[in-house]
Ligand binder design. Sequence first.
Ligand code: SAH
Length: 231
Amino acid sequence: MTFAATVLTLYPEMFPGALGMSLAGRALEAGTWSLQTVQIRDFAIDKHRSVDDTPAGGGAGMVMRADVMARAIDAAAPADDPRPRLLMSPRGKPLNQARVRELAAGPGVVIVCGRFEGVDQRVIDARQLEEVSIGDYILSGGEPAAHIVLDAIVRLLPGVMGNEASGDEESHESGMLEHPHYTRPQVFEDMPIPEVLTSGNHARIAAWRREQALKLTRERRPDLLADKDIK
Ligand code: SAH
């Protein structure tokens, strides 16, 4: 089954962009997922084709109009479309691997990319948009956020990652950061690969990796361990 992504944006030419290359690009070509873009401006009502207007109550910047956004959303995803409707927004719930996994298991996503100061609150409420943040910083538009959301999803779709096993050990999949990696050469600038990794003892290697992952997580992201029973 093809995972269907629809992106509503004022800049459809930003897609597929980076998603047309490498893993995601090959999966797009193979039909594992599909990508449709919708130009929000095509749903403008006035002769200037305006999509934004000044904020009610005053203040800086512009706000995306509720009526234009609703028309674009209704055309892209009618009421019976089962796909979750996400609005890229720094006010949203921060995206995490658990939500990415849920989204990847579903039929697809409809992603609304904001610009300017954001979107009129009434369309967020009326079309039940789920606000999703990619982190505590402000982008100039939702498009790079949409790239990130889709990249994270697509790599989990069946058949996309060549080595399926590599997925389970990644940072965040296990609730911990991943252990460090090494490859050739055997000695790099006087630093050899840790001895255990060349021992051929798989149990020792697994124990070492777990220990390293735990140490790294404690140092860098103790918050990840806080609610978990990882010791
Ligand atoms: N005035 C808004 C920020 C608008 S930034 C506020 O303070 O909340 C313009 C657009 O960029 C937003 O509508 C959103 O679609 C996107 N964007 C900016 N930062 C983002 C983030 N951290 N996560 C997801 N989308 C973001």
